[in-house]
Design a protein around this ligand. Structure first.
Ligand code: PEP
Ligand code: MG
Length: 829
């Protein structure tokens, strides 16, 4: 029996992956065939397949027909009519708008050389230089051929061969590489993909069948509104290429790019296996025209520290192919046809970048303790196993928060226990017995998962998320616990439960852990029976009964992100109230005090793992509060250790007690500012700001290097903006004062510690003024609080420079210390 139902699509974003999966589920409840026809595009698709529904290209207000054919088509028609009228429009929400990223200021020391720059988008930080090598897309059409003999056997053999070689590669790989090869194995075994190829094989050659299926899947994915799904096209193409190469070994197609010297590779799409085949010693940068930030090739590039940009077309730099180019991912540019000045800028930038990462490497190895020897653990927040190794290299003393929900996101089904076990085991092994806090999935709220079909909520942050969804998804929770308990045999694991607000909840969790342990025992699987259990303290209610929680769990970690939003009733994601979202609120500090001191009374350990921990300026308060651990994103660890080493724990305690008594956030802020002004500031004159025998070739390089040196020593957080301020003053009048001296200067909000820098140049350079060439540069960078001091120092220096004895003394001082002591005396600073 055949039935039909007409409707207009009411979805603002049309039928993309998420609503398609809702519709598919409803349709699958019936046995009859159900097809959706879009009367505008003329496309028809099986309504029981997400890919087919997405491929109908149905947009808002498109007229559509659902056709039902089969036994229960009457019931299906009734159900679907109701569903489309009442629920369909609500199963989707507006898509995220791309966030406006903060504009990067291109430094004057580069712009003044009039570079030819192609603007891209940074996918992996860093700066590189090399020959621009174009990677031609592989022309898969070269494989097209007629049916030759037993095509099914040819395809099966090829599939087996690729499968064997991927299985072998998985054995040899680890980290990101392993994950990605596993993803390719999953594609090779994907039922839809393989079924589709097999259907084509009835009337076509293996090559044509694989290409036809590739085209269908790619077209379907291209329509997807999910960037993640669109980015899987390159993975599917990668697998298809491997299949074709295996099926037709006689067709000589090189998929491998061989680099012969330092290179920047530009490609439309570079497949993960092509990336893995590149010599990483020679690969200095990548431009992936169409890649997004979750593309597997980009994940690999980050893991291998290869600076990467997207958004630049190969055609834009056709003239530059095979010539030397610079890729500065920090600035988001590719510099082609570089003149001498531009080369000079980037060579210097590469050196400064290298010095900075060497320096941070040294901080990373510091033990985390205050100047008076009070130790605190500085740990890392991670979201996937690949990040762990890098976090430890950056100085993490543990993993304070492993956000496991990321393993569940951007995929079509939950990871199986084995996959999770593998992830947790990898992190624990990378940790080498350092503690790893694995937080069970914090799904729901602002982290929706399509395949769980969680309801749309008016107030998701107060709704169905984290521990609250576990009873409804008990198998998922049990599998996760099971994976953690088993992996815990490989290191020092702890389990942490998010969003706990009552004793009942944690007792229920403990019962579940017992159930899982019994299941593991019955299955005769080995696990760690003594994994410590803790909770996130991120709901104010928990803080009030922390003494009672001390009877139930072994540790706590304060989630400052959520705690701030719940304590202050300010949505953490709402721009309109962003000015009210501030963890320096005295109420927050008192909560911190209450939690830490009570937990300590009961001998319990307390960490903090929200964004607050990454703010080095707040560190004195967190130390003063007596936290045992602070967990933050890995790049913040080394700077945090450096700040920590200069703090005194008793001063921090006094500061925290005082802050808890402040009535307003401004008062707390003022207290912190005062403390940091008196504690932190580095001396105005210091040997670290003296560059003797400097080999600079132009004024731009002098300013770039002197400002870069301030960045290197943590005296500025933003070298680009500080430089901008120096050049702004330079634009008004040249700072060359004659006698071979120049005094560039600024009073800037971008200098943290006021500084006087001195550079002795090996050879005089043109300062672009009437006052002749310059061989000694004294740069004054003073912060706003310094009042008019910079003008006082400037005029004092100008007066001194009139005297030859002063100039000679400055020029011929033997070493850095000599220069500093002479200036200290002469300037009386
Ligand atoms: C927090 O709330 O501070 C926290 C660390 O958890 P998340 O940001 O993942 O909610
Ligand atoms: Mg949270």
């Amino acid at each position: 029996m055949k039935n039909e139902f007409k409707f207009n699509c009411s979805l603002v974003n049309g039928i993309h992956a998420r609503p398609a999966s809702h519709l598919e589920k409803v349709c699958k409840q019936f046995d009859c065939d159900i097809t959706l026809t879009n009367l505008r595009s003329g496309n028809t698709g099986n309504a029981k397949s997400v890919l087919a529904l997405v491929s109908t290209d149905t947009l808002l207000n498109d007229p559509c027909i659902l056709t039902f054919n089969g036994q229960d088509s009457e019931q299906a028609l009734n159900k679907l009519t109701q569903y489309i009228h009442n629920e369909f429009a609500h199963c989707d929400q507006a898509l995220d708008k791309p966030g406006a990223s903060e504009a990067i200021v291109l430094p004057q020391s580069l712009l003044r050389h009039q570079p030819t720059l192609l603007q891209g988008k940074c996918l992996a930080l860093g700066i590189g230089k090399g020959r621009l090598i174009g990677n031609e897309d592989i022309n898969l059409n070269l494989f097209r051929t007629d049916i030759q003999y037993d095509e099914t056997a040819r395809f099966d053999n090829a599939r087996q061969q690729v499968s064997n070689s991927l299985e072998q590669a998985v054995q040899d790989a680890d980290g990101a590489e392993k994950e990605i090869i596993n993803a390719h194995l999953a594609i090779l075994n994907d039922i839809t993909f393989v079924d589709d190829i097999q259907k084509h094989l009835i009337s076509q050659s293996t090559a044509n069948a694989v290409l036809a299926s590739l085209e269908i899947v790619s077209e379907q994915l291209k329509q997807s509104s999910s960037a993640y799904l669109r980015e899987r096209i390159v993975d599917i193409r990668d697998v298809a290429t491997q299949l074709l190469c295996a099926a037709y070994p006689e067709i000589n197609i090189t998929t491998k790019l061989t680099l012969t010297g330092p290179s920047i590779v530009i490609a439309n799409d570079l497949t993960p296996s092509q990336f893995l085949g590149l010599d990483k010693e020679l690969l200095q940068g990548l431009v992936l025209t169409h890649a997004g930030s979750t593309s597997h090739t980009v994940i690999l590039a980050r893991a291998f520290n290869i600076p990467t940009l997207s958004g630049i077309e190969a055609a834009q730099c056709a003239d530059a192919l095979n010539s030397e180019v610079y890729l500065d991912a920090n600035l988001g540019v590719l510099a082609v046809q570089a003149n001498q000045g531009v080369r000079c800028y980037f060579d210097r930038a590469i050196t400064l970048n290298q010095q900075l990462s060497d320096k941070q490497g040294a901080y990373a190895a510091l033990s985390a303790q205050t100047s008076d020897g009070k130790g605190i653990e500085i740990a890392a927040n991670i979201a996937c196993s690949v990040e762990a190794q890098a976090a430890f290299e950056k100085g993490a003393q543990g993993i304070g928060l492993f956000r496991t929900e990321m393993l569940f996101m951007d995929r079509s089904e939950a990871p199986k226990e084995e996959e999770q076990y593998e992830q947790y085991r990898q992190v624990l092994q990378a940790a080498d017995d350092k503690p790893v806090i694995i937080r069970t999935m914090d799904i729901g709220g602002d982290k929706p998962i399509d395949y769980l079909n969680l309801p749309q909520e008016g107030n998701p942050f107060l709704g169905y998320r984290a521990v609250r969804i576990y009873p409804a998804f008990i198998n998922l929770f049990h599998d996760q616990l099971s994976a953690i308990l088993r992996a815990a045999l490989h290191g020092n694991a702890k389990i942490m439960i998010p969003m706990i607000q009552s004793i009942e909840e944690i007792r229920w969790v403990k019962e579940q852990i017992e159930i899982v342990k019994n299941r593991l025992t019955a299955q005769e699987l080995e696990f760690d029976n003594d994994v410590p259990l803790g909770i996130m303290v991120e709901i104010p209610a928990t803080a009030f009964i922390i003494d009672q929680f001390c009877q139930e769990v072994e540790f706590f970690s304060i989630g400052s992100n959520d705690m701030t939003q719940y304590l202050l009733a300010v949505d953490r994601d709402n721009d309109s109230v962003a000015h009210l979202y501030n963890s320096l609120a005295p109420s927050f500090l008192r909560m911190l005090d209450q939690v830490v001191s009570t937990a300590h009374q009961y001998g319990r350990w307390v960490g903090l793992c929200g964004e607050l921990g990454a703010d080095a300026k707040v560190l004195p308060l967190l130390i003063g509060a007596g936290l045992d651990e602070i967990s933050m994103s890995a790049p913040k660890i080394a700077p945090a250790k450096a700040v920590l080493s200069k703090l005194n724990s008793s001063d921090c305690k006094a500061l925290f007690d005082q802050a808890c008594q402040c009535p307003t956030i401004n008062d707390v802020q003022a207290l912190l500012d005062n403390a940091s002004a008196s504690q932190e500031s580095k001396p105005l004159l210091s040997t670290e700001c003296v560059l003797k025998n400097a080999d600079f070739s132009c004024k731009e390089e002098v300013i770039q290097s002197m400002v870069g040196n301030l960045g290197l020593h943590g005296r500025t957080d933003n070298t680009y903006k500080l430089e901008e301020d120096i050049w702004a003053r330079e634009a008004v009048f040249s700072t060359a004062l004659g006698y071979g001296f120049a005094i560039p200067h600024t009073k800037s909000e971008h200098i943290r510690d006021s500084s006087i820098s001195i550079a002795h140049l090996n050879k005089p350079i043109d300062w672009q003024s009437d006052s002749g060439d310059v061989d000694v540069v004294i740069m004054l960078t003073l912060n706003k609080e310094q009042g008019d001091q910079h003008m006082r120092i400037f005029s004092s220096l100008a007066r001194k420079l009139i005297h030859e004895s002063f100039r000679e003394q400055l020029r011929h001082s033997k070493d850095e210390a000599g220069i500093i002591s002479m200036l200290e005396k002469e300037l009386a600073v």
